[in-house]
Design a binder for this molecule. Sequence first.
Ligand code: FMN
Length: 215
Amino acid sequence: MFFSEQEKEALYKVIYNRRDIRTFLADPIPADVILKILHAAHHGPSVGFMQPWNFILVTGEATKARLAWAADKERRALAIHYEDQRKEQFLSLKVEGIQQAPLTICVTSDPTRGGSHVLGRNSIPETDLLSTACAIQNMWLAACVEGLALGWVSFYKKNDVRDILDIPPHIDPVALLSVGYTDKYPSKPLLETANWEKRRELQELIYHEHWGSEN
Ligand SMILES: Cc1cc2nc3c(=O)[nH]c(=O)nc-3n(C[C@H](O)[C@H](O)[C@H](O)COP(=O)(O)O)c2cc1C
């Protein structure tokens, strides 16, 4: 397969510019655009081609309010992991935009899909979740090129989300994705701007031949 220089540049451009977004406009998303990003997700790789994902599209205000409640409850509970200034900083971070975004997509993973002997999953069972994460990343990149903002929310108790969305106990609600248009698409990760974390030096993460060996 051959890609032109322009196509290559476009791919790297979307990889470098994709951001996690938590501030949304109320503008509705055309149905065909939603379908495009779901198709992108569905073309992600998966262990043994098991395609363990489902996508629950939530636009109802009452349901979004319940999901936002579950996320906020968890955010407040997680504050116990921090003390003093770091705790204040944590509590000041905006970690979700569920109610603001016109659409929330709950992406689930079904560990039973494909039966008990999915090729390649016998050795590392969590490869079903890894596959679902690949689908989400595809969707995130597709959303970015469609001019859509997407925010990954993982602050919630899975059983709260199962209860709210009637998800059976064996299905894993992997992510709540807030999707919509935004007028604030930053060039840097929000956590970097908030001085919470910064991008590590790639060179320090590359080892040669052995763990820990820089050359
Ligand atoms: C598995 C996963 C879970 C995440 N959960 C949350 C979350 O609950 N709340 C949040 O604000 N951001 C969440 N994020 C977004 C990250 O904070 C964000 O990707 C990171 O800060 C880097 O910023 P960028 O995505 O804009 O490059 C999550 C990202 C991933 C991959």
